[in-house]
Write a protein that binds this ligand. Structure first.
Ligand code: ASP
Length: 310
């Protein structure tokens, strides 16, 4: 039987070490472990990689600690506009949504775009019409209200500033979420979900819902979910770049992901990290920020939740 494994992230914008309290650390680690265990249990029962990444990301979206679903950041208009994408490495099918509001689990809507529409990427009003047609109920805006998130937004509203969760200097502490998995049949998948940037406007969309930039999966190479400064991750076509370095240059998972995160993205001024798995169940989780909320669990017995560099 193939080694099966799953990795998750809760964003590369962790609290700086000095600001992390034992209580907060426990809360983050528990939320990550819950998501990891849910995805892993599904793989153990013989579920597909696509099922596992959706399940893990849903658990992270349901936690107010992360910038996705329930904990999504506020836009300049004091609303929440969320983005998500999912890709199946076996079929190369993909689904993505952006600028959606009121949807509890954006990752499930992205999956429905993949499986129930003829399209890959639906945005804004049209994506909401698709959600209604597919039977989604909308959450009221107070479901997405989080006091700390609101404070973050109040601090910069009415300015032209928009703030990434990765601005650790400003003490922000939330992040985009993602999962990658390899199932018992050696199929891999990736899923990513985010609220984007605090105080964003003009329909700003980051890398997270863009296939090839923030999310990518191909059984031949790897499945990748990114977190970081979206504008740079789009320009670096980061997730696909990792896959290309493996496919065209023959680099290993570890080499390709390190080349992109610790060299190429830094050279163009970006910061962040990614999680990546291959069809043998190997995992790599590089980041160039102080920390990245992350975890991995494999059928070879690894089970770890990490925040800072080891
Ligand atoms: N990459 C996301 C974006 O730019 C942000 C994040 O990773 O936290 O929307």
């Amino acid at each position: 039987m193939n080694t099966f494994s799953i990795a998750i992230h809760g964003g590369a914008g962790t609290l700086v070490k000095g600001m992390m309290t034992p209580e907060k650390e426990i809360a983050y680690k528990q939320a990550l472990q819950k998501a990891l265990d849910r995805g892993y249990a599904l793989l153990e029962e013989g579920g597909t990689a696509v099922d596992a990444v959706e399940k893990a990301v849903k658990a992270l979206e349901d936690s107010h600690l992360f910038n996705a679903g329930k904990g999504a950041v506020f836009t300049a208009n004091e609303t929440h506009e969320m983005d998500a994408s999912i890709m199946d490495g076996k079929t190369l099918e993909a689904g993505a949504v952006s600028l959606i509001t009121g949807i509890k689990n954006p990752i499930s809507l992205a999956r429905d775009v993949m499986e129930k529409s003829e399209h890959v990427f639906l945005a804004g009003e049209g994506a909401m019409q698709f959600a209604k047609a597919t039977g989604y109920e909308l959450e009221k805006s107070d479901y997405f209200y989080d006091e700390l998130r609101h404070q973050q937004w109040l601090a910069i509203k009415d300015t032209d500033n928009f703030q990434l969760d990765h601005s650790v200097k400003k003490g922000s502490k939330f992040g985009t979420v993602g999962a990658v998995a390899c199932d018992k049949n050696g199929n891999i998948a990736a899923a990513t979900s985010t609220g984007g940037m605090t105080n964003k406007k003009w329909g700003r969309v980051g890398d997270s819902p863009m296939i090839g930039a923030g999310n990518y999966a191909n059984n031949k190479t790897c499945a990748v979910s990114c977190t970081g400064s979206g504008e740079f991750f789009i320009r670096g076509v980061v997730a696909y770049d990792v896959s290309c370095l493996m496919e065209y240059k023959g680099l290993s998972l570890e080499e390709a992901s390190n080349e992109v995160i610790n060299k190429r993205i830094l050279e163009i001024g970006g910061d962040g990290g990614l999680i990546v798995v291959d069809a043998q169940g190997n995992i790599s989780m590089p980041f160039n920020t102080e920390g990245m909320y992350r975890g991995l669990k494999t059928s070879r017995g690894l089970d770890r939740i990490l925040i800072y560099k080891e």
